[in-house]
Ligand binder design. Structure first.
Ligand code: SF4
Length: 338
């Protein structure tokens, strides 16, 4: 395999997004004080906080409504006592990812595509996350282990698409991304590069001209799947960042999770689809929450999900209605429910 020369594209000066990433809110008290909520009225859960620490970027917190305990963005990040509720159907690895993890950093669940856990961390901790118990420590490959991953992809000519996931792939530096993408794009049967990322929403400053250069340099078809659950997550700065992707010809899709008390109502879902479309993004998937331990309070029934999709179909053009899906361990693809 011929590897193109690596371009050095980063300066020594940390970019703004890196400064924001190193200054996340991790203390519930600080978060509540910023939002003018009384920390004494917050029951909290040390168990939840220890198992999956609070991480909230300041630009995301700035979009929360002050004085509102029910703010839909706050509910996504604030560790709560309800996370201690145990239910037999809520487990640590609901998608059976351990079985699909042949090499450190690589998940091979579906035909024709593989997923790389590019970096073992995110800029935000979404409390409903299906990987909140994921063994990231076993999935933080060294350079030589990444080369084994590249070799795995190279030896399987059925793999046409590589998905960079995480953690969040855009939490990697441009230099790390350039290294990985350069190796991936040198594999002749790989034609498409997909990124699953929440960073353009939670820290829009991450979308820089140098990042765009790295992605464009791949020569691959780039598909950017962002993760946004509520229209309030989309402000002008997020819109500008998404426009930068669109202007570079990247396909822009959104996947959201249907979350109780966050977006499980018709006006919220309609507003989200319209707000995404105004920013060049098509709603793609609406996931029922994965059955992960600690998320009983977010669960929504399939019947409710289907009813909401039916109502959306009556009010929106088809391209603004996402597919309702659920992931099932061992299934050959996501299960479409509506
Ligand atoms: S950004 Fe994605 S992977 Fe990271 S915590 Fe949120 S849902 Fe999980």
């Amino acid at each position: 395999m011929t590897i193109p020369a690596l371009a050095i594209i980063e300066s020594d000066r940390p970019e703004k997004w890196q400064q924001i990433l190193s200054d996340l809110i991790t203390d519930p008290k600080e978060l509540l004080q910023i939002l003018q909520l009384d920390p004494a009225a917050y029951p909290g859960s040390q168990q939840a906080l220890t198992q999956f620490p609070l991480k909230a970027p300041r630009p995301f917190v700035a979009r929360m409504q002050k004085g509102n305990w029910s703010d839909p963005l706050l509910l996504q990040v604030l560790p709560r006592l309800a996370e201690e509720i145990a239910q037999p159907d809520l487990v640590r690895d609901p998608l059976g990812e351990k079985q699909a993890n042949p090499l450190s950093g690589l998940l091979h669940k579906y035909a024709g595509r593989v997923l790389l856990t590019t970096v073992p961390h995110c800029a935000i901790h979404c409390r409903y996350c299906f990987r909140r118990h994921f063994a990231y420590a076993d999935n933080a490959p060294s350079r030589s282990e990444w080369l084994q991953v590249i070799d795995y992809i190279q030896r399987d000519s059925s793999i046409a698409e590589v998905i960079l996931s995480g953690g969040d792939p855009l939490a990697a530096s441009d230099r790390q991304l350039q290294w990985l993408i350069t190796h991936i794009s040198a594999i002749p049967h790989v034609t498409s590069l997909r990124l699953h990322t929440r960073l353009p929403v939670v820290i829009p400053q991450r979308v820089t001209t140098s990042l765009l250069r790295v992605l464009r340099s791949s020569g691959l078809k780039v598909v950017m799947v962002i993760h946004c659950n509520h229209a309030n997550e989309l402000d002008a700065e997020v819109g500008d960042s998404l426009s930068m992707f669109a202007d570079n010809g990247f396909t822009l899709l959104n996947q959201s999770v249907l979350l109780r008390d966050v977006n499980d109502n018709l006006p919220a879902l309609i507003d989200l689809s319209k707000a995404l479309f105004q920013r060049h993004v098509l709603p793609y998937y609406l996931h029922l929450p994965d059955k992960v331990a600690g998320t009983a309070h977010f669960q929504v029934t399939t019947a409710k999900g289907r009813a909401l999709i039916r109502q959306m179909q009556q009010q929106l053009p088809g391209y603004l209605v996402p597919h309702l899906v659920r992931e099932q361990a061992g299934a050959a693809a996501k299960i479409r429910l509506a």
